[in-house]
Design a protein around this ligand. Structure first.
Ligand code: CP3
Length: 355
């Protein structure tokens, strides 16, 4: 049996009983678990060293390299969970979409999806398309011991934002134009992406991931009514598709203060919160029955150790009444962050919350 227990009749394992998975299940924890979005990556000199000369997407397809990069922040910071090293566009590349990740820019798509004919670019994802993911997760499970591994994928809206725009955007004008102007095409696009995303998460869970996070990073660009009508059904389809595994499902976005209730409704077990809404208020918006993840402003790490402690204490205080809290930043680690500040932060949260 894998490190993941089935919802019925679980076998206790160090992974199943880890602080991270307990907090996701809203069970009592020995300390508040901590991990960081983008904990692997450019903030770590050891990452820059092993990535030297290897393009981002290629590095995601090399199981030994993925394993090493995923383990680096666990070794260095003693975080409570590892996140699988990959990118949200990897499954799109795997089904043959012509795209690349440009350094300092982000994902760039050669032929953006703008019409019904363009949908033909999207075919089903099979486990064979991403055999390197299965291989890397098996290697990781052997190395991680009791530390849980989080698998992840981009949510249909965030993936669509890259596919329709053709690259990063501040306004999402093409994606939103399709959403408002051709709702049927938009719904079909998001539904196809939901299927690809669900298939990609299933591969990760079946290989041994203990939790999954759906990154809807750019959903905060939407008004609640549009999110509910045009985006929520596709994200809900993804969460439904992986519900049966009994692994916690985390749902994250940036600038989603007005969407937190709806993001919970989409079906996640844990809702990620950025730094704009305090966790006690976020809990009221999300409603009962869900754990929360977050939410230190990543720029606080540039302010010196005392400020980090003060602001961390504020996050912990606002989380004091929650049933389940996973400490994280409100968004990813910024590349120029001092890694020692992250190590100290993990230590501080553990020490402050030891029970
Ligand atoms: C929107 C998004 C993307 N990718 C991702 C998201 C959702 C999370 C978020 O909101 O930040 C998700 C992602 N991308 C990466 C991870 C690794 C796992 C981890 O969190 O440690 C994760 C979880 C690696 C990466 N993905 C990328 C890097 C940097 C490239 C490099 O190191 O060469 C890493 C470590 C590239 C990437 N890929 C993307 C962007 C915007 C960029 C940055 C472009 C740049 O600034 O150079 C798309």
């Amino acid at each position: 049996m894998s490190a993941n227990a089935s919802p019925s009749g679980h076998q206790p394992t160090a992974t199943y009983d880890s602080a991270f998975l307990k907090a996701c299940r809203r069970e009592p924890v020995p300390h508040t678990p901590v991990w960081f979005m983008r904990q692997a990556g450019r903030s770590l000199p050891e990452y820059l060293k092993v990535r030297e000369g290897i393009p981002m997407l290629e590095s995601c397809m090399r199981p030994e390299l993925v394993t090493e990069i995923t383990l680096q922040p666990v070794r260095r910071h003693h975080v409570d969970a590892a996140i699988y090293f990959s990118d949200i566009v990897v499954p799109l590349k795997a089904i043959g979409i012509d795209l690349d990740i440009k350094p300092g820019v982000g994902p760039v798509v050669e032929r953006p999806i703008r019409s019904r004919a363009d949908l033909a670019q999207l075919r089903d994802l099979t486990p064979e398309d991403v055999s390197y993911v299965t291989e890397a997760i098996k290697l990781l499970a052997a190395e991680l011991g009791g530390t849980p591994l989080i698998g992840f994928a981009g949510a249909p809206f965030t993936l669509a934002s890259y596919l329709v725009e053709g690259g990063p955007s501040r306004t999402y004008e093409n994606a939103k134009a399709m959403m408002y102007g051709d709702p049927e095409l938009w719904a079909d696009l998001l539904d196809r992406l939901a299927e690809i995303t669900a298939a990609f998460l299933r591969v990760q869970i079946e290989a041994g991931a203990s939790a999954v996070q759906l990154f809807d990073s750019w959903a905060g660009a939407l008004a609640p009514a549009d999110y509910r009508r045009s985006v929520l059904p596709a994200s809900a389809k993804v969460f439904d598709a992986v519900a049966g595994y009994g692994v916690p499902r985390i749902h994250f976005g940036v600038g989603t203060g007005e969407l937190l209730g709806l993001m919970g409704e989409a079906g996640a077990d844990v809702v990620g919160v950025d730094w704009r809404v305090p966790l006690d208020e976020a809990a009221r918006r999300v409603g009962p029955g869900k754990a929360l993840q977050g939410n230190l402003d990543p720029t606080v790490l540039f302010a010196g150790p005392e400020a980090v402690r003060t602001k961390t204490r504020e996050v912990l205080d606002s989380a004091a009444g929650l049933e389940g809290h996973v400490f994280n930043l409100g968004h990813g680690v910024l590349p120029s962050t001092d890694p020692d500040a992250l190590t100290r932060l993990v230590e501080y949260v553990h020490e402050q919350t030891a029970r």
